[in-house]
Design a protein around this ligand. Structure first.
Ligand code: AMP
Ligand code: MG
Ligand code: MG
Length: 336
């Protein structure tokens, strides 16, 4: 059955257990207590820290001195190695781009990190006709092995997701969002949950809820705000703003009807942050674009930053009319 299914379906089906395995690695690193944090893009500021996962004030103190804008931990590195080894073993001809950069070929991946199972429920589905003849050259897989690293290091664990996005001919169409710490505060030893979507096929792994009709809720960043981010939110006049970590987590809030829009007028997100969330959201009938209302390209030669910001809306929300409320002077800060 699996070998006869179209490539896009096989890739999506393989990404579900790979993301879940990466989520287990993320939890193991946290419970092991050695996050080995590095500040990315600041080569001289290399900090290897032994961190107790139990002490949140300890985290906060460390981050006062370290800065917390673009961090990488042992969990980010290991989760990416797991996902890339798993997918590239099964799909050697597919281009895979991971946030943490290319892996070192001499770096052996532990055999129990290489997952070759597939989600049978997905393999059994009817592939949308537009992807039946898709070949490896048409596909780019975008991997964010741990979205919400700042929040992970600060103990806000349910903000963390593992993101595997599948782009076909430049469009984000398939995605897996694994949330390793789903319900961790109320239940012990939670396995996490894995949401998936394929445009034209639908979604799985979560309960679809419409957002409330009596108030307008926007979600945005909690750790990467600035004056323009704030001005864009003010222009939309929300009744409530949910400031949470991670692009994956914010799109989860849209999928589950806890917010109407995710707005981030900043160049800070990258293609691996938005490919999987965009695909799952759009598979449900929502929309994710830049702040001008245009879709990003996820082709292999694109620039990594989402340089025109993020504007996403839940199913049933009028995306175009909301985008039109962003003032021109803010849009001018994000030229195409
Ligand atoms: P946030 O909404 O701030 O949690 O960000 C969502 C994703 O975009 C995370 O992976 C962040 O690391 C990334 N991101 C957003 N803004 C920035 C920034 N200014 N610098 C580096 N990464 C960013
Ligand atoms: Mg990310
Ligand atoms: Mg990440």
């Amino acid at each position: 059955m699996s070998q006869s299914a179209p490539l896009v379906l096989r890739l999506l089906a393989a990404s579900v257990p790979a993301a879940a395995r990466a989520g287990k690695i993320i939890k193991d690193v946290m419970s092991g207590g050695e996050l080995a944090i590095v500040q990315k893009n600041k080569r001289n500021l290399f900090a290897k820290l032994l961190i107790s996962p139990l002490s949140s004030s300890y985290f906060q103190n460390i981050f006062k001195g370290l800065g917390r804008n673009d961090l990488q931990t042992e969990a980010d590195r290991s989760a990416q190695r797991c996902i890339i080894a798993s997918l590239s073993q099964q799909f050697p001809d597919v281009t895979i781009i991971g946030e943490e950069g290319p892996s070192n070929p001499s770096d052996e991946v532990p055999s129990d990190w290489v997952v070759t199972e597939s989600e049978q429920d997905i393999l059994c589905k009817q592939c949308p006709s537009e992807y039946i003849s898709t070949t490896a050259e048409d596909i780019v897989v975008w991997v964010d092995p741990l979205d919400g690293t700042s929040e992970y290091t600060q103990g806000l664990l349910d903000h963390v997701t593992v993101l595997i996005g599948i782009a076909v001919n430049g469009r984000a169409v398939g995605g897996v969002i694994h949330q390793p710490y789903h319900n961790y505060q109320t239940k012990k030893d939670v396995p996490g949950r894995t949401l998936w979507g394929l445009v034209g096929l639908g979604t799985g792994g979560f309960e679809v809820v419409d957002p409330p009709s009596d108030k307008f809720i926007i979600t945005t960043t909690r750790s990467h705000s600035d004056g323009i981010v704030v001005k864009a939110l003010e222009a939309l006049k929300p009744d409530e703003i949910l400031r949470v970590g991670g692009a994956g987590h914010k799109v989860l809030l849209l999928l589950e009807g806890r917010a109407h829009a995710y707005v981030f007028a900043s160049k800070g997100c990258k293609k691996w942050d938005t490919c999987a969330p965009e695909a799952v959201l759009e598979a449900l009938g929502g929309t994710l674009t830049d702040i001008h209302g245009n879709h990003y390209s996820y082709a292999k030669d694109v620039q990594y930053p989402d340089a025109q910001g993020i504007f996403a809306t839940a199913k049933g929300v009028d995306h175009k009319s909301l985008v039109s409320k962003i003032p021109q002077e803010l849009r001018d800060a994000f030229p195409n």
